[in-house]
Every structure is written in structure tokens, then in C-alpha cells.
Design a protein around this ligand. Structure first.
Ligand SMILES: [Zn+2]
Length: 266
């Protein structure tokens, strides 16, 4: 257990019958062995070991036809588990965006998660920009997977174009703004005040000094703590984070303060 209130701002869950397969697919995509199977009960068990009190949960529609069923699934999981804070999914090629956003808001979901590399669209394509206009008009934030040195879909410099086109849209660039693209993230995103970041899927790849330098370069007030479950184990990610030479108020800010500010939750 931790002295801090911990909110996990990036966790994936899948329906039980596909959880194992979906988890294997992500592991294969990234060539990283997954720590766990992405099921709600496993997430709660693992997070509880470090005292996580709330989880931003999401799942990505790789095809437009999956959007509605995934959003219903996330809603049902949030109804069942009060610890869950649900983000919906959309897809630029999905043709009922306005209607689905109505439903997403009626279901009480809090934002949209997109993964341009899984969904194979450029994060700043015309179709995606049209979708962000609808999302932004409703005041919903977007959690973007960002960065991959093998693909260009979610490159940090593309996210910068989105953030500049929609200055009121809250953009969360996962993985310090660019998984395996940390240098480009630092070049592209520091000057975008509506871009926030999470710490997930990064601390295993950079040194504690590099991570700390990035946190201070962007500003710790822009960071959320995330596990990227089922990719990583909560306890291991907690220890990686606690190994960074940060002050306790900085840790508190990242563990829960930024989340509480962005989402107005206590
Ligand atoms: Zn994710």
C-alpha cells in the first residue's frame, strides 16, 4: 500500500470471453510480454495491491463495427465497478458519430480513447479532425495513444496539429506523448497547453534521470499516472515511478492531482 492516493489513468479491459486473445494481440503488436490478462477482476486485484482507488478504463475499436458494443461494455463495467471511470471509443470511419456521442454521454462515459496505430488512421487526418470537432463541442477529453517508431499514424508532431486546431480540446498524449518517440514528443508538444500526458509504458524504457528530466521539461502538473494494464504490473510500475527523484507533492500531483483537476472529481 502507498501513502499516496493513486488513480490509474490508463487501463484496458476486455470482455471475459475475448480478454485472453485481445491481450495476446496487443502483446504481439508491441512484441512485449503482457503481465496480465486484461479482465476487470484482474485489474482490480492488481491495482489493489498498491492501493489504486480509481481506474480510467478503455478499450479501442479496431473496426467501426465494434464501436457500439465496446462502449456498451465499458458502460456495463462502470455500472458494476464504482472504481471504474469509463472512456468510450470511436473510429474516424464510423458513420454515426453524433448519435453515438449522444449515447456515450447518456451512459455517463467521460471521454474518448483512440489508438491511431491499431485503428490505422493518421491522428491529424481530415476525417479524424471532423470527429474531434464533434467530440470537442461536447467538452469531452481524448486520450490518444501516441508514438511508435515503426508507424507514423500517432506521431507527436501530428498530435501537435490536432492540439493547435482545437485549443479547447483536452488532449492526453499517452506514454509521455510518444511511445518510443520521446525526443519528438519533447520537440513537438511542450508548447501546447491543452496537451496532457500519462506516465504509462515509458518508465521501463528510459532511465530515471531521463524520465525525471521529461517530467520537469513538460511540467509535472501536466502528468497523470497510468499503468497501461494489462501491459505492466501495477506494483512494478509503482516502483519504477517511485524510483524517480521527485518530491512528494510532485508525486501526489501525478498520482491524482492532475486527474482530479481535469475531471473535477474528488
Ligand atoms: Zn491504451
Amino acid at each position: 500500500m502507498s501513502q499516496f492516493t493513486i488513480i490509474d489513468a490508463h487501463a484496458h479491459i476486455f470482455p471475459a470471453k475475448i480478454a485472453q486473445k485481445a491481450t495476446q494481440n496487443i502483446g504481439a503488436f508491441y512484441d512485449i510480454p503482457m503481465c496480465h490478462t486484461g479482465a476487470a477482476d484482474v485489474l482490480l486485484q492488481r491495482g489493489e495491491r498498491i492501493g489504486v482507488t480509481r481506474y480510467l478504463v478503455c478499450s479501442t475499436a479496431t473496426r467501426p463495427a465494434q464501436v457500439e458494443s465496446i462502449n456498451s461494455f465499458i458502460h456495463d463495467q462502470c455500472a458494476e465497478h464504482p472504481e471504474f471511470f469509463g472512456f468510450a471509443t470511436l473510429h474516424p470511419a464510423y458513420d454515426r458519430i453524433e448519435e453515438e456521442l449522444d449515447r456515450v454521454q447518456e451512459m455517463g462515459l467521460h471521454g474518448i480513447k483512440l489508438h491511431p496505430d491499431f485503428q490505422t488512421f493518421d491522428i491529424d487526418s481530415a476525417e479524424a479532425m471532423a470527429m474531434y470537432r464533434h467530440i470537442g463541442a461536447r467538452g469531452l477529453p481524448i486520450l490518444f495513444h501516441t508514438g511508435d517508431n515503426r508507424y507514423d499514424y500517432s506521431a507527436p508532431r501530428r498530435l501537435r496539429r490536432v492540439a493547435e486546431a482545437f485549443p479547447d480540446l483536452v488532449c492526453i498524449g499517452a506514454h509521455f506523448g510518444g511511445y518510443q518517440a520521446w525526443h519528438e514528443s519533447m520537440q513537438s508538444l511542450r508548447s501546447c497547453p491543452n496537451v496532457f500526458f500519462d506516465t504509462s509504458s515509458t518508465l521501463a524504457f528510459v532511465s530515471p534521470d531521463e524520465a525525471t528530466d521529461m517530467l520537469h521539461y513538460f511540467g509535472v502538473h501536466r502528468f497523470l499516472w497510468g499503468s497501461d494494464f494489462p501491459m505492466w504490473d501495477h506494483r512494478e510500475e509503482y516502483h519504477r515511478f517511485m524510483a524517480l527523484p521527485l518530491t512528494d507533492p510532485e508525486r501526489e500531483r501525478i498520482f491524482n492531482g492532475t486527474f482530479r483537476q481535469l475531471f473535477g472529481v474528488s
